[in-house]
Design a protein around this ligand. Structure first.
Ligand code: PLP
Length: 456
């Protein structure tokens, strides 16, 4: 054991050297702002004070099959005992990476048959863009490089992935790719649609915005459109029905590649292995995935590209000048294989079609509370937006941090939820049963009521 820190004090003293992600570092200097998680099993985690908490955010939208699955841990251990590490650079390969690439090719829709492994969703997204830029260079179209993304999107924290993310995430931080990315309108009707507008009318507005961008920038200058099937970290923002299909038609008609960022939505969260085809009825040119690929047991991402793109970047004379030391790491690939075996054997995506709907309906039921302005999402990917006055849609001030207040009450009552300004996000493990869901609903109702009392 190389980290024998037993007490909360021990951990937090050493933790002064750790830089947390997306954190108010100044606030974290106070010990009571930090929670040390020391164990996990099934749907729960345990903190250093011995509190058992329902993991309402599945680690970070990723622990799809639940914590402590012996099968995955054993697969990783066995792999490390056989082959601890070898790269997939040059002409090298190894059985775990080959088997997982083959498995993903069989699961991904249509001609998405070629897999590039990375170690994070950010890297998957950056890799897709690098490959498409190279693809267009090979085709003699060096100007076809611009990226259409969307307000509200989150695509990661590398410089390029952050440039594709909604600008609000990089306030006071630079992005390296200024001028390369154009952000289309956020597709969430609650925020963007005019009062009284139907879903179909709002979709027309979004289509017009896309068509105008293509007209203004020129299709000959645009490499791709990148979109999450449902936006996660932007606040669980759901586009109107038919949006992805329409966008797919427009991009295809303009020879613009469609990248589906399924870092969160793949591997069961919406009741399907991949949401693009099975939930939204369209096949992109590239699917990026990470998180649920290993249920978070190992860091791994996959950029799954079409044969058509692959054929161009692998033609005679082309070199694939892109690589990460840990691409297809044996332990991560073994975790991915064991994780997918569980997802398939237990038919977790099929179960989610039932339990995820129970979860979604339970959360929608909280819409009767005075400060719950909107309940959004699908299955095990849900968000609540808190609002000062429902009738006038008057928002709370950013400083009110209502999401943070509700999350704190929830944690005190045994549930980890994620605050995002005045919203709260839930993305639990996919193995919750109806009783677990009822407990979560009760904790949330109680926590929101307690927050309403705080705000009086
Ligand atoms: N894309 C989406 C949709 C995400 O939600 C995230 C992370 O939350 C990322 C990309 C970035 O993934 P990572 O944090 O593994 O780099």
């Amino acid at each position: 054991m190389t980290h024998p820190l037993k007490t909360t004090d021990d951990i937090l003293t050493k933790d002064a050297h750790l830089i947390q992600s997306f954190a108010n570092l100044d606030a974290l200097k106070q010990n009571d702002a930090r929670t040390a998680i020391v164990g996990a099993e099934g749907i729960h985690v345990t903190d250093s004070e011995g509190n058992k908490l329902i993991d309402g955010i599945g680690g970070l939208w990723c622990v799809n099959v639940g914590h402590g699955r012996r099968e995955i841990i054993d697969a990783i251990t066995e792999q490390l005992n056989t082959l601890d590490y070898y790269s997939t650079f040059y002409n090298f390969t190894h059985p775990a990476a080959a088997a997982l690439a083959d498995k993903l090719a069989s699961l991904a829709p249509g001609n998405l048959n070629r897999v590039y492994f990375g170690n994070s969703g950010s890297v998957a997204n950056d890799s897709a863009i690098r490959m498409l830029h190279h693809y267009n260079n090979r085709l003699g179209r060096p100007n076809k490089k611009k990226i259409l993304s969307r307000m509200g999107a989150y695509h990661g924290s590398t410089h390029l992935a952050m440039a594709m993310t909604t600008p609000g995430y990089s306030e006071e931080w630079d992005t390296a790719a200024d001028g390369l990315v154009h952000h289309l309108m956020e597709p969430c009707a609650y925020h963007q649609a005019e009062p009284g507008m139907s879903d179909a009318e709002f979709l027309d507005v979004l289509v017009e915005d896309m068509e105008k961008a293509i007209h203004d920038i020129g299709a000959e200058n645009i490499a791709c459109f990148i979109a999450e099937p449902i936006m996660g970290a932007g606040g669980v923002l759901v586009a109107p029905d038919g949006y992805h299909k329409r966008m797919r038609e427009i991009t295809a008609a303009n020879d613009i590649k469609y990248i589906a960022d399924e870092v969160v939505t793949a591997f069961g969260r919406l009741g399907a292995m991949f949401a693009s085809e099975d939930v939204f009825g369209m096949q992109p040119d590239i699917i990026n995935t990470a998180k649920g690929l290993t249920s978070g047991y190992q860091p791994l991402s996959a950029t799954i590209i079409s044969d058509e793109i692959y054929d161009v970047i692998s033609e005679p004379g082309a070199m694939f000048l892109h690589g990460m030391t840990y691409s297809g790491h044996p332990a991560a690939a073994a975790a991915g294989l064991a994780n997918i075996e569980i997802l398939e054997r237990e038919d977790i995506p099929g179960q989610v079609q039932v339990t995820g709907k129970i979860f979604e309906n339970a959360l929608r039921g909280l819409g009767d509370l005075d400060i719950v302005g909107d309940v959004r999402g699908s299955h095990f990917m849900m968000g609540l937006e808190f609002i000062k006055d429902k009738s006038t849609k008057t928002a709370f001030d950013a400083d009110d941090n209502v999401g943070g207040k509700v999350a704190k009450h929830a944690q005190d009552r045994g549930l980890i939820a994620r605050a995002l300004g005045n919203s709260l996000i839930l993305s639990p493990t996919l193995i919750l049963d109806a009783d677990n869901i009822a407990s979560i609903e009760a904790i949330l109702r109680d926590s929101i009521s307690a927050t309403m009392d705080d705000l009086k």
